[in-house]
Design a binder for this molecule. Sequence first.
Ligand SMILES: Nc1ncnc2c1ncn2[C@@H]1O[C@H](COP(=O)(O)OP(=O)(O)O)[C@@H](O)[C@H]1O
Ligand SMILES: N[C@@H](CCC(=O)OP(=O)(O)O)C(=O)O
Length: 363
Amino acid sequence: MSLRYKKVTVKVGSNVLTKSDGTLNVARIAHLVDQLAWLHQKGVEVILVSSGAVAAGRSELKLQKKLDTVSARQLCSAVGQVKLINRYADFFREHGIVCAQVLTTKDNFADRDHYLNMKNCITTLLENRVLPIVNENDTISVSELMFTDNDELSGLIASMQNSEALIILSNVEGIYDGDPSLPTSNIIEEIDAKDKDWMKNVSKQKSGFGRGGMLTKSSIARKVAKEGIEVHIASGLKDHILTDILRVDRQAKHTLFKAEARKASNVKKWIAYSDSFAKGELVINQGARDALYSEMATSLLLIGVVDVKGSFEKGDIVKIVDEQGNLVGWGKAQFESEKAETEAGTKYKKPIVHYDYLYLIED
Ligand SMILES: Nc1ncnc2c1ncn2[C@@H]1O[C@H](COP(=O)(O)OP(=O)(O)O)[C@@H](O)[C@H]1O
Ligand SMILES: N[C@@H](CCC(=O)OP(=O)(O)O)C(=O)O
């Protein structure tokens, strides 16, 4: 019996791990661990991104007074993460597997050094046959600098670790072609990452304990699939779902985002997730935009830059927008903002962003 992948990132949403009364669904966690352990024993490298800390903490605490959102999140996650990780550790131990807790914040990916440090941490765990369990550190995350949700974090981890697949387990069977609560809606079984049409059916609606909803899952899934990683969105409430997705002799109804054949380089992957760390902005004209989107690998030259906003140093990430303010992509600046400003619109030879350090969002 063969398996589809040898290296996967699995993300589990809060609603899979909690019951409707908010308490941890211990039987569900045990069943997920059984499947993850089976994969681990078959030699698959697994990284688990698990939500559920806030939900687990909330059900444990009897709050004496009403707290503001930030304090409540800090308190609940600090208490809940301990409960959650202990459950995982106990269940994995029964399978003879050592797991590890990796708590992170968006800041830990801010520059290339931090990013590579995080990558090294997870790689070292995997090399030592330790199963990493990653979660955002909500206790110390600053609201404005948080991941939208753990879907975004799992996309980043899958990309950073060069996983072959990202499996997102939620409380729905996949992406529906209409309102998920209507009997007339059906699961879209396969999505081409280039296609956008189906997105109109995805609403902002989210489940009881979820943070981002299907909308973030969808856009992250597209982004990750375009980097050459297959993305499966499936129900974590279904028995054997993980093993059914990985075993070639099994099938399970869910949504698959087909990976694009072209694989992005490691540096481009890092830049793809660096939007919130951009220090400045380059406004480019239509000609430059067309050149960047042409079939040829093209660097951004200053001749096509009409405005330089903000202050940045050589090596900083800059945002690239068109004259209408639409986002074109991000890149690593080859020189500082002052020089870019002076030379903007000129035939200055050295590109402000080299193609190897340029990530374009598609239109
Ligand atoms: N077209 C759609 N197909 C599936 N789910 C959808 C769609 N539009 C909105 N949703 C909502 O997205 C929810 C899942 O996202 P979320 O609440 O973030 O879960 P999780 O806790 O797993 O991250 C579903 O429970 C559903 O209410
Ligand atoms: N770090 C949070 C995760 C919040 C979150 O993204 O939840 P979800 O949308 O259910 O994946 C927690 O552990 O509660």
